[in-house]
Design a protein around this ligand. Structure first.
Ligand SMILES: Nc1ncnc2c1ncn2[C@@H]1O[C@H](COP(=O)(O)OP(=O)(O)OP(=O)(O)O)[C@@H](O)[C@H]1O
Ligand SMILES: [Mg+2]
Length: 360
């Protein structure tokens, strides 16, 4: 391919309305919007929101990183979150950084109510951990993993990239736009990936922006949609459709794909929340029945906020002495609510049933 590498000048936003608002798209928009609204409602009925957010954001981080072939186990991940300074794999560290980057963006959007190009650079920085920033050297191309064929050449000139990014961010922040925000989500994700502003981490940064865009538009209040699960499960379509959109400039299939992703993952996240809720209720009942002396609602909730717990967490959350905290955890292990695991000098107490639910 070489010099013939596909290069279409990337158009600025907005696209032509009739291309992005077809009848099929509108029909699917309605379904996806309804599913997401239901998720928002259900998430709001959960008393302890941080419980949900912690668990689901980590799954999103894990799934999104898997698209980049950063594979880690739940066990390793939770250990990375729970233990200081242990021998954590680089993969687990990357996922933990991804999670940090989402929270960083979430706090920012709540505080500011809009985004700047610099905020995107900062998110990518949190994620990748180097200071390379926006591409300034030419040579970045997108290749087909298996054939090594160049499938897309993003803009190469730094000024052009910056110009496209400011157009992107203006569209991102617009609150009065005639299109449904879910259609805009698909448009924005395509546009960001096609600008491909960084040397690395474009996919992951773009997928974080997806979640933040939904929050900015009040479609969800907290970062709980596990959207990347759909993208990893349909990775070849994800790539194929991004690619097709930049080759032929047709939006419909790509937008339908992203709407389906929102609809499907909303439904799956609702199911997951319901299952977690039931498990929480059952666990509360079990502790009340089998270990009434140590029962406290906050104690059980902690086991859902931190599926890998330790004495220190109990001390901080419940404001009790170490001795008492240790006794609580041991007692919970005795009645089969937790399982302990020694890691170095520390003992971790694992809510295995919750881990099973999260893994599914
Ligand atoms: N033809 C294409 N046009 C535009 N974007 C594409 C195309 N093919 C892939 N992409 C995007 O580029 C991303 C990969 O870019 P990059 O390696 O910089 O990101 P990453 O976060 O490191 O990787 P990954 O997205 O695989 O996790 C893909 O996830 C996808 O979002
Ligand atoms: Mg990469």
């Amino acid at each position: 391919m070489g010099q013939d590498a596909p290069y279409r000048i990337l158009d600025k936003l907005p696209p032509q309305r009739e291309k992005v608002e077809t009848l099929k798209i509108l029909r699917e928009t309605n379904k996806a919007t309804a599913a997401l609204a239901e998720l928002k409602g259900i998430a709001n009925t959960i008393p302890n929101q941080s419980m949900l957010v912690n668990a689901i954001v980590l799954q999103e981080a894990k799934g999104s990183s898997e698209i980049e072939n950063i594979i880690t186990t739940q066990d390793e991940l939770y250990k990375a979150l729970t233990i200081n300074n242990s021998k954590i794999s680089p993969e687990a560290k990357e996922v933990v950084n991804y999670r940090k980057a989402i929270f960083y963006g979430f706090d920012l959007i709540k505080k500011q109510g809009f985004f700047r190009v610099n905020d995107i650079i900062e998110i990518q920085h949190e994620l990748i951990g180097n200071n390379a920033g926006i591409r300034s050297m030419p040579g970045t191309v997108l290749k087909n993993d298996t054939t090594d064929e160049v499938v897309y050449t993003p803009p190469q000139d730094k000024n052009e990239i910056l110009d496209l990014l400011s157009n992107f961010i203006e569209y991102f922040n617009q609150d009065k736009n005639e299109l449904s925000p879910l259609i805009n989500l698909a448009i924005l994700h395509y546009q960001f990936e096609s600008i491909h502003p960084f040397y690395d981490g474009n996919g992951r940064t773009g997928r974080i922006l997806n979640i933040l865009y939904l929050i900015l538009n009040d479609l969800i209040d907290i970062p709980i949609l596990y959207l990347s699960s759909y993208l990893i499960e349909n990775k070849s379509d994800y790539y194929r459709l991004l690619n097709q959109t930049n080759k032929i400039g047709e939006w419909e299939e790509w937008i339908l794909f992203m709407l389906k992703a929102v609809e499907t993952t909303s439904i799956q996240t609702i199911e997951k929340i319901n299952t977690i809720r039931k498990l929480l209720d059952k666990t509360i009942e079990k502790v009340q029945a089998d270990a009434p002396k140590i029962y406290k609602k906050e104690l059980v909730e902690l086991l859902f906020e931190q599926p890998y717990s330790k004495i220190e967490f109990v001390v901080n959350q419940l404001k009790v002495e170490r001795k008492a905290a240790s006794r609580y955890l041991k007692e919970l292990e005795n009645i089969g609510v937790l399982e302990s695991q020694k890691v170095g000098r520390e003992t971790l107490y694992i809510n295995k049933k919750l881990i099973e639910v999260l893994k599914k």
